[in-house]
Write a protein that binds this ligand. Structure first.
Ligand code: C5P
Length: 225
């Protein structure tokens, strides 16, 4: 078993958006394509890992050799992620909705004549990354999160690292003019307790390969330690 292999490792990846229902026909969602998470799953499988991909709704094809669990809501994503434990590495690439409708209407919401507004009460969703990273016997050896930011990227990523208890945060600038959200390329900063590495712009597949090679090395080093 050399440093760059993931043979014998179990890797859990969350990917895509979540859909949070408001009523039977409407939901709150976001523009995540799932491409980065699916790329991570494909590369991890190619490196020999057993891979569990928990994915929100995407247009991406299923990948042979990857156990894919399809979910819609953050709550279901959390349940599926916890059911996949134990794992060696957890990578939270999903764009989980921060909020869900506090009450899901059993019937389609109707607008009344003359109604000019509607207040929708929202409830906080569970944080999957923070839950996985919390100390405990089943904590993965390596927990990696993503931070999609549009300003003061590194500062926000460092705050996220400690607040959520992750080992690494992959931070990127998702301002609309970057084309990263939904696109095929990315430009990231790897933020850990030991510092910040600025990686050059590259394809999401290439970034996945570089990140997983680093994860494989880190697992290997921890085992030797
Ligand atoms: O707090 P924020 O959404 O910016 O954090 C992003 C990171 O946290 C990503 O890795 C994302 O997958 C994860 N996350 C999560 N569950 C949430 C919110 C974010 O796993 N409810």
């Amino acid at each position: 078993l050399h440093g760059a292999s993931l043979a014998g490792r179990h890797v859990l990846i969350t990917a895509g958006p979540t859909y949070e229902p408001i009523d039977p026909v409407r939901y709150i969602a976001n523009r995540s394509s799932g491409k980065q998470g699916h790329a991570l799953a494909r590369v991890a499988k190619d490196m020999g890992a057993k891979v569990t991909l928990v994915s929100g709704p995407t247009n991406l094809p299923d990948m042979p050799g990857v156990t894919t669990i399809k979910v819609e809501t953050a709550t279901d994503m959390l349940d599926a992620a916890l059911a996949a434990l134990p794992v060696d590495v957890a990578i939270c690439a999903a764009a989980v909705a921060d909020w869900r409708a506090a009450h899901q209407a059993a019937q389609k919401l109707k607008k009344e004549d003359g109604q000019t507004g509607l207040n929708l009460a929202l409830a906080r969703n569970p944080d999957i990354l923070a839950t996985l990273a919390a100390p405990g016997a089943r904590r993965p050896t390596l927990v990696i999160g993503f931070a999609a930011e549009t300003e003061t990227i590194i500062t926000h990523a460092q705050a996220k690292l400690s607040r959520k208890g992750a080992d690494w945060i992959v931070a990127n600038d998702v301002s609309p003019d970057t084309g990263i959200m939904g696109g095929d390329h990315t430009e990231v900063h790897l933020v850990s307790a030991t510092g910040v590495e600025d990686w050059p712009a590259m394809g999401k597949d290439e970034m996945a390969a570089k990140l997983l090679a680093r994860a494989a090395e880190a697992l290997h080093a921890m085992q030797l330690a």
